[in-house]
Design a protein around this ligand. Structure first.
Ligand code: SF4
Length: 611
C-alpha cells in the first residue's frame, strides 16, 4: 500500500503497474490508486490494465464491478457517500442527504448537471465506521462525521467552490476517540518488542501452547480457538517458513467501530501480536487488510511499520535472531462486507472478487496463494501479544470459563455515551446499557445485523460465546423507534452486500428486503410474514458462507420477539398486494354498477379466514 496521492495528479498507468511489479494479485490495490486519481475505472483503463497485467479483461471488469469503491460509471469530481446505517439514519442522515441532493438538484446515485455539471455525485454506503459520531459521510474516500445542517452547508460551499478535498478545513476530518471503559487490552502497557522477546525466550512451541492454554478465542464472532488455528497452520507443510499471518482489519458490520480505535491508538500491540504469531507458526509474510473506509489510518500505519523495521522488530532477523524473518504489508479493502469472511478476504488479497472459497481445504493449510495461513482479527492478535508477554493466566483471570478475557464493544444508537467499552466476557447486556446511559430501551442488536436482536425482557443475558456472542457491535434502540424499520434497514444491507455467488443468499436477501419494505409501508400481508420466515430459514440452511447463513437472523428474531409490531402493520392478512388491488378494480365496479362489500377486496381475506 502506498500513501494516497495528494492534490491534482494525472494517471501514469504504466508507472503505476510497474511500481506494483506487474503483479495481477495486486489488482485491488492498483484500482485504489486509479480511483484516487480519476474517480472511476473507465473501460479504456480496464483494457490497459488487463494488457499490462496479462490477465483477461473480463476479470478486471469483474473486480471493478464487485467492489463498491470502484466502478466504471461517470462520477462527479466530488464523490459523496452518505452512510445509511440505521444509527446514522436515526441521527438524521436521510434529511441531511436530501438537503445536499436538493442543493445540487441531483438524484441519489447520479452526477450533477445544470450549473454544476460533473461536479458532484451523491450516493449511499452501508457504514463508515463512525457510528459513535454519526451521521457520517465519505467524500472522495475521506470520512467526515458529526454531520449537521451547518456542516452540510459548509461542505456544499466547498464543493461549489471546487476546492480540492485536501485543502478543506482539517476540523471537518477530525475522528474523535470515545473510549468509555478500559480493561485488560486497553490498559496494559507493553514496550515495543516485549511480547516478541518473551515469545523468543519461551520458544515457538511453548508460545503456541501458551496461547492455547490462555483460552483465547477469535474475537470476530465465531470464537474458534486461536491456539488450535495456529497449531494447524504450524503443522501444515511449508518450505522455508513460507506461512502467512493475515490480520483481518476489515470490520464492516454496521455498528462496529472498535477496530478504528484499536488501530488508531494500539496498532503497536497488533503488530507485536502478528509477529508473535509468525514466530509461533513459522511465518515470514504478514498482511494487514485494512477496511477501505479507514484511509486516514494508512499513513500512520505505514509510519509505524517503518519505525519497527528501523528498530529491528520487523524485517530480516527480528530482534537479531538469525532465521526469524518477518515483515508486514498493508493492503486496503474496497467496501465489500463479504471480505470480512476469511476466505473471501484471501481472494481479495490475491486481487480477485471477494467470493468465499469452498472449504475444505481451509486457509490454515491452503490460504494466501495456497500457503498455510492464519487469519485473525485485530482484537485477537492484540490479546495474543499480551498473552505472549504475560502468560496464559493473563486472559484466564477475567471472563468466564468458556470465554476468557474481555470483549471490546462498539456501543451506539440511543445511548447518552456512544463509544468503545472494554468489558469482561460474561457482562450482562443490561450492564452495558447502564454504562452507556441507555433509557427506555426497546431492543438491542448485539453483534451487528448478523447477530442477535434482544428485546428489553432479555437484558439479563450475557455477552459470551456460550450465551450471546458478539463481534463488537451493540446497537441500542429506545421505545420511540420502530423495530420493523430497523429490521428493514438490515435486510437492505444484506441484499446490497450479498456477493451473488449462491442462489439462496442472492435471491433470499433481495426477497427479504422487498417483503420487509412492503410490511414497513403497511402493504404487507400475513403471507409475507410466512415467506419472510421461510426464506430466512432457507438462507440459514443452504447458503455458502456466513453472510447468507446469518442474513435472516434479524427477521427471525423480530418475528419471534416483536410479532405484535408486525401484526398491527399488516394491510391485508392473506392477499399479497404488490399493487393496490382494490383500487385497480374501481373501473370494473363502475362498469358493473356494483359497489357493495362483495365488490371490494378490502377485508375479504379476514372474512375468508373466519369462514
Ligand atoms: S452466502 Fe451470500 S455472500 Fe456468501 S457466497 Fe453465497 S451469495 Fe455470496
Amino acid at each position: 500500500m502506498h500513501p494516497r496521492p495528494r492534490g491534482p495528479v494525472s494517471l501514469d498507468l504504466e508507472a503505476l503497474v510497474a511500481r506494483h511489479g506487474h503483479d495481477p494479485s495486486r489488482l485491488v490495490q492498483l484500482l485504489h490508486e486509479v480511483v484516487a486519481v480519476e474517480g472511476r475505472v473507465s473501460p479504456a483503463v480496464m483494457t490497459r490494465l488487463a494488457d499490462a497485467l496479462r490477465m483477461p479483461r473480463g476479470q478486471v471488469e469483474g473486480v471493478v464491478g464487485f467492489y463498491s469503491f470502484f466502478g466504471s460509471a461517470e462520477r462527479g469530481r466530488f464523490r459523496v457517500l452518505f452512510s445509511d446505517n440505521i444509527t446514522d439514519e436515526m441521527a438524521g442522515a436521510h434529511e441531511l442527504r436530501q438537503r445536499m441532493l436538493d442543493a445540487f438538484r441531483v438524484q441519489l446515485g447520479e452526477v450533477s448537471a445544470h450549473d454544476t455539471a460533473g461536479l458532484v455525485s451523491i450516493g449511499a454506503t452501508s457504514c463508515t465506521g463512525l457510528c459513535d459520531q454519526g451521521p457520517a459521510m465519505l467524500v472522495n474516500g475521506r470520512a467526515i462525521g458529526r454531520l449537521t445542517p451547518a456542516r452540510i452547508g459548509a461542505i456544499t460551499s466547498l464543493i461549489r467552490g471546487n476546492v480540492p478535498v485536501d485543502l478543506w478545513p482539517e476540523n471537518l476530518f477530525v475522528i474523535e476517540s470515545h473510549v468509555e471503559r478500559r480493561d485488560l487490552l486497553l490498559s496494559t502497557p507493553l514496550a515495543p518488542g516485549e511480547a516478541i522477546a518473551a515469545a523468543l525466550s519461551r520458544g515457538a512451541a511453548a508460545t503456541l501452547d501458551e496461547v492455547s492454554r490462555s483460552g483465547l478465542r477469535g474475537r470476530g464472532g465465531a470464537g474458534f480457538p486461536a491456539g488450535s488455528k495456529w497449531a494447524a497452520c504450524a503443522a501444515a507443510p511449508s518450505p522455508e517458513r513460507g506461512r502467512v499471518i493475515v490480520c483481518n482489519a476489515d470490520e464492516g458490520e454496521p455498528g462496529t467501530f472498535k477496530d478504528r480505535e484499536l488501530l488508531m491508538h494500539h496498532a503497536d500491540l497488533l503488530v507485536e501480536g502478528m509477529t508473535v504469531a509468525a514466530l509461533a507458526v513459522g511465518a515470514n509474510t504478514g498482511l494487514l487488510y485494512l477496511r477501505g473506509e479507514y484511509p486516514f489510518l494508512v499513513e500512520p500505519l505505514l509510519a509505524l511499520l517503518a519505525e519497527r523495521r528501523r528498530a529491528g522488530l520487523l524485517g530480516a532477523s527480528v530482534l537479531g535472531v538469525a532465521g526469524f524473518d518477518f515483515d508486514i504489508e498493508l493492503r486496503l479493502g474496497a467496501g465489500a462486507y463479504v471480505c470480512g469472511e476469511e476466505s473471501a478476504l484471501l481472494e481479495s488479497l490475491e486481487g480477485r472478487r471477494g467470493i468465499p472459497r469452498n472449504r475444505p481445504p481451509y486457509p490454515v493449510t491452503h490460504g494466501y496463494k495456497q500457503r498455510p495461513t492464519v487469519v485473525n482479527n485485530v482484537e485477537t492478535l492484540i490479546a495474543a501479544a499480551l498473552v505472549a508477554a504475560h502468560g496464559a493466566g493473563f486472559l484466564r483471570a477475567v471472563g468466564t470459563p468458556q470465554s476468557a478475557g474481555t470483549k471490546v464493544l462498539s456501543v451506539s444508537g440511543d445511548v447518552a455515551r456512544p463509544g468503545v467499552y472494554e468489558l469482561p466476557f460474561g457482562v450482562r447486556v443490561g450492564e452495558v446499557l447502564d454504562l452507556a446511559g441507555a433509557r427506555d430501551t426497546l431492543a438491542v442488536q448485539v453483534g451487528g445485523p448478523s447477530g442477535t436482536l434482544l428485546s428489553a425482557r432479555e437484558l439479563e443475558r450475557r455477552i459470551a460465546f456460550e450465551d450471546v456472542p458478539c463481534a463488537g457491535a451493540v446497537m441500542v434502540f429506545d421505545t420511540t423507534r420502530d423495530p420493523l424499520a430497523v429490521v428493514e434497514n438490515f435486510t437492505r444491507f444484506f441484499a446490497h452486500e450479498s456477493c451473488g455467488f449462491c442462489t439462496p443468499c442472492r435471491v433470499g436477501t433481495t426477497l427479504s428486503a422487498q417483503m420487509m419494505e412492503r410490511v414497513v409501508h403497511g402493504e404487507g400481508s400475513r403471507r409475507d410474514l410466512k415467506d419472510l420466515a421461510k426464506v430466512s430459514r432457507l438462507m440459514r440452511a443452504t447458503s455458502h458462507c456466513g453472510l447468507g447463513t446469518t442474513a435472516g437472523n434479524p427477521v427471525l428474531d423480530a418475528l419471534e420477539k416483536f410479532r405484535p409490531a408486525f401484526d398491527t402493520r399488516l394491510r391485508s392478512r392473506e392477499v399479497l398486494p404488490t399493487f393496490d388491488l382494490d383500487a385497480s378494480l374501481a373501473p370494473a365496479r363502475e362498469v358493473t354498477a356494483r359497489d357493495d362489500a362483495g365488490a371490494h377486496f378490502e377485508g375479504r381475506d379476514e372474512l375468508e379466514e373466519e369462514e
